[in-house]
Design a binder for this molecule. Structure first.
Ligand code: ZN
Length: 152
């Protein structure tokens, strides 16, 4: 378990140092802003939707390692997904980071893929909002909500 934890930390560190899809989209069809006052994380999520399908997703912002890594990994797995698939993923992700889903590791990995690295966050409740900020902001973008999302 210790080795696994170190591997998880490496993945999170890598994404926080070199975030993927870190760019603005001038021709985005949807975007939303999110803020986590507890930690100071700020994020903007950009989406290009084709009907119900995410064609492109990217983000910009400033935040802690967990929030940046979470946004980076989220953008990596969402391309080609439908709104409904996104909702399901978010539900699993939320359950795992809040410790509601204490299923077997293999089970979590099957549901979440690479996002399973965030299972360690459940030991640090104050970090849950860092890990979920990108997802809350993504949902706001999908719904074209104008006002900024706050985790408080
Ligand atoms: Zn944070």
């Amino acid at each position: 378990m210790q080795e696994l934890r170190e591997l998880y930390q490496e993945v999170i560190l890598d994404h926080s140092k070199r975030p993927r899809n870190y760019r603005k989209q001038d021709d985005a069809s949807n975007h939303a802003k999110g803020y986590n006052p507890l930690c100071g994380d700020k994020i903007t999520v950009f989406l290009k939707l084709d009907g119900d399908v995410i064609q492109d997703v990217s983000f910009q912002g400033a935040g802690c390692a967990i929030s940046t890594a979470s946004a980076s990994m989220m953008t990596e797995i969402l391309k080609g997904k439908t709104k409904e698939e996104v909702e399901r993923l978010f539900e699993h992700f939320h359950n795992v980071v809040t410790g509601k889903d204490e299923g077997e590791d293999e089970d979590i990995t099957e549901k979440l893929g690479k996002l399973a690295v965030f299972a360690g966050v459940q030991e640090f409740p104050v970090r849950v909002k860092c890990a979920t900020l990108a997802w809350h902001t993504l949902r706001a973008a999908l719904e074209s909500r104008e006002e900024a999302v706050s985790t408080e």
